[in-house]
Design a protein around this ligand. Structure first.
Ligand code: UT7
Length: 301
């Protein structure tokens, strides 16, 4: 479709495979599968869910929220439901919302979802973006700690002054859908990759250092870093700057590409299913993306 090569993509991004949904599948369809598996793992019934928070930049439609479609499809009849938009940093934003609802005692069981169909907003004539993005979903059930896994802390940040580095310009109230926006391909993701690359590395380093400092721990205390999967070179450069072993960062971008909100929960699920962590390990989630937005979370496994 475009002038590129497997060698360029592998070398510059680390991506070898991506998952792309068929025409009839929407974000809520992926989210429902992930949600039902997460609920099953947690031995929680859909009827017990009090709140659904979905992070997505590719909702089924502008409104109602994708969370409402998920609520109906899984039969979570008593759950409140809303979406949040913090791009690639969104899953940790959603996790933070869930944690605070549970801590405040206003909700007992929150279903947190990161789900995307990025293939639907990817311009397959633009080689600078069409080789990056994939589709996927992941979900987690957040409840009061039972002494096992615990979200210790979350850190959220944003810088709206650099919004133009990564955005989907058309289809909202600024640039409503029209023949002109279709002709100019403005309903697709626009990325200024080079500018974002450097910011992504420096931000990942700063956020990790701030997270450990705020929690009075050191980098040596972290057993695994689970970064948003945007580019293997970003992750490796940040690990090098931190003087941390590269294999402390979990990588699956080779098999999924960049799935925005879904990348961290997909990684957590793989780590869980493959028993890559031991009970009590300290894990640091970290993400950076459009907005600009960034987030991190320290989790006791
Ligand atoms: O998830 C949210 C956060 N996302 C990010 O932080 C993404 C950050 N950015 C990146 O990951 C990288 O910038 C990209 C993977 C998007 C691009 O990699 P790069 O090493 O920064 O490449 P570049 O944009 O500097 O382009 C280098 C060259 C250019 O050609 P010239 O001008 O040097 O002749 C591009 O036209 O590579 C060319 N190019 C390609 N060539 C083959 C760009 N895309 C492709 C392609 N295949 N797919």
């Amino acid at each position: 479709m475009v002038d590129t090569s497997d060698e360029w993509i592998t070398k510059r991004t680390g991506i070898k495979e991506r998952r792309i949904v068929d025409n009839g599948t929407a974000t809520s369809d992926l989210a429902v599968e992930a949600s039902l598996r997460a609920l099953d793992d947690a031995k929680v019934l859909p009827s017990e869910v009090d709140l659904i928070v979905t992070s997505t930049i590719t909702p089924d439609c502008l409104f109602p929220s994708t969370s409402c479609f998920i609520q109906e499809k899984i039969g979570a009849k008593k759950a409140g439901a809303f979406d949040i938009l913090a791009a690639c940093a969104g899953f940790i934003y959603a996790l933070s919302i869930a944690k605070n609802f549970v801590i405040s005692g206003t909700r007992d069981t929150v279903l947190v979802i990161g789900a995307e169909c990025l293939s639907k907003v990817t311009d397959y004539t633009d080689r600078s973006t069409c080789i990056l993005f994939g589709d996927g979903a992941g979900a987690a059930v957040v409840q009061k700690s039972n002494g096992k896994r615990e979200i210790i802390t979350t850190l959220l940040g944003a810088d709206g002054s650099q919004a133009d580095l990564l955005m989907l310009p058309a289809g909202g109230s600024r640039l409503p859908a029209s023949h002109e926006t279709v002709n100019s391909r403005s309903h697709y993701i626009k990325l200024k990759g080079k500018g974002l690359f450097k910011l992504a590395v420096n931000n990942m380093v700063d956020v990790i250092l701030k997270s450990v400092k705020d929690n009075n721990i050191s980098l040596e205390d972290i057993d695994m870093i689970i970064p948003h999967q945007s580019n293997i070179r970003i992750i490796e450069a940040a690990m090098e700057k931190l003087n941390m072993a590269k294999d402390k960062a979990y990588i699956n971008i080779d098999r999924f590409g960049n799935t925005s909100s879904a990348s961290i929960p997909i990684a957590i699920d793989e780590i869980d299913k493959n028993n890559l962590l031991r009970s009590g390990d300290t894990v640091l989630l970290v993400a950076f993306g459009g907005g600009l937005t960034w987030s991190s979370s320290i989790i006791k496994w």
